[in-house]
Write a protein that binds this ligand. Structure first.
Ligand code: FDP
Length: 389
């Protein structure tokens, strides 16, 4: 029989170790001598504390989700679980003493943290997403972190920022195992909860989304409610091969976090278009679309409404909804052409396009899929953590 140490991940990198090494890297990059650098470093300290508290919330809610599945069997009432998840996130964020204003999917209004517990970060989150059909679809959580813009007491503007200003974002998924994927603005890293250690272990370092994919993900039940051009687009997906030369496949979990997670790892595209029932789209900008857009862009993909970059949108209210087209760079670009025509004024467009056509030929000849590392687009986002920009 193997020993505990061999079976467990006792030599692996934990989330906290990973965050601390990010911190050390920053320290080296910035140097400790300037007062600015010290202030930035302090900001990173606080951000690490905040993320560690978020990890506690994820562990706690993940464990409650599992217990609920046992105690309720096929029960469908998720309301107590929703309440528990929301309260757990708020408690963890308050007691981190690093947050100043919180926006939750489950609260109509933002929560301003009491002055004696206040920190520097505004946090937006959906504490239990994908909750419509428990226990049949994967639930998770999504979060984004902004630096407080105002000095002094927190104000609503601290959360009403475009997603590109996030200093960190991530999601958790309570599936066969609990995973936590996050980015501090320098790539995406994924952690899996080791139940033996009750620690998140680094399992996906510097994730890159495939440049294009063959999976498309959409709720086709709304077909009759879509505009004709969207119906046309989806019928093209059914009849035309994907940009990597494979037959397309449809996958739709119905939980955005799970659909985006699969898209991140295997490539392709996730779409939720506006239609008669949701005239602006259904997904919430601040705590669903923006954090996942941040993750996808950091992994080399693209996130759009079809017309504009999601991360450039400034919310008008905390629960704004938008339509979402998110995933592999080339696949999203293809859909954007439907909305705004090919971006031919962009000199990189033609380059990328011919590059991907060449790859498509190669992949057909070799019948192999793309190499994730080599096919990512030019780095789109800064490779330095946003805190030091
Ligand atoms: P849920 O209502 O189950 O929380 O915006 C929430 C969301 O799920 C997304 O996670 C999911 O992608 C979408 O709604 C599913 O909506 P449809 O049932 O309309 O497909």
């Amino acid at each position: 029989m193997k020993s505990f140490h061999t079976e467990s991940n006792s030599h692996a990198t934990t989330l906290v170790q990973h965050l601390l090494s990010t911190h050390r890297r920053l320290h080296v990059l910035e140097g400790a001598e300037s007062s600015n650098a010290t202030a930035e470093k302090d900001g990173v300290d606080d951000l690490i504390m905040l993320l560690a508290s978020i990890a506690v919330a994820v562990k706690s809610v993940g464990s409650a989700v599992r217990r609920r599945d046992i105690t309720h069997g096929s029960g469908t009432e998720s309301e107590p679980l929703e309440r528990l998840a929301n309260e757990t996130w708020i408690d963890c964020l308050l007691y981190s003493q690093r947050s100043c204003i919180l926006v939750s999917e489950d609260l109509e209004n933002p929560v301003v943290v009491e002055s004696n517990m206040q920190g520097k970060f505004a946090v937006v989150f959906d504490p239990l997403t994908g909750r419509s059909y428990p226990p049949c679809q994967e639930m998770g959580a999504i979060f984004g972190v902004f630096r407080q813009m105002s000095g002094g007491s927190p104000v609503i503007e601290d959360v009403m920022q475009p997603g590109r200003q996030m200093v960190a974002a991530g999601y958790a998924l309570y599936g066969a195992c609990t995973v936590l994927f996050l980015s501090l603005g320098s790539g995406v890293h994924g952690f899996t909860l080791d139940p033996a250690l009750n620690e998140f272990i680094l399992t996906h370092e510097n994730v890159r989304i495939p440049y294009c994919g063959h999976i498309y993900s959409i709720n086709e039940g709304y077909c009759s409610l879509w505009k004709p051009e969207i119906r046309e687009l989806i019928s093209r997906f059914k009849t035309e091969v994907s940009l990597n030369g494979k037959e397309r496949s449809l996958r739709y979990v119905g939980s955005m976090v799970a659909d985006v997670h699969r898209t991140l790892l295997y490539g392709g595209i996730f779409m939720y278009f506006a239609h008669q029932q949701w005239p602006n789209g259904k997904l919430k900008l601040l705590y669903e679309a923006s954090p996942l857009a941040f993750i996808i862009e950091q992994a080399g993909g693209k996130a759009s409404t079809g017309l504009e970059r999601i991360l450039d949108i400034t919310p008008e209210s905390v629960h704004d909804r938008i339509q979402v087209v998110i995933g592999s760079y080339e696949d999203v670009e293809l859909v954007e052409q439907l909305f705004k025509g090919p971006s031919r004024s962009d000199p990189m467009y033609l380059l990328r396009r011919s590059h991907s056509i060449e790859e498509m030929k190669d992949s057909k000849e070799e019948s192999t899929s793309f190499n994730k590392d080599e096919d990512g687009p030019t780095i789109l986002c800064s490779t330095l953590p946003r805190l030091v920009q």
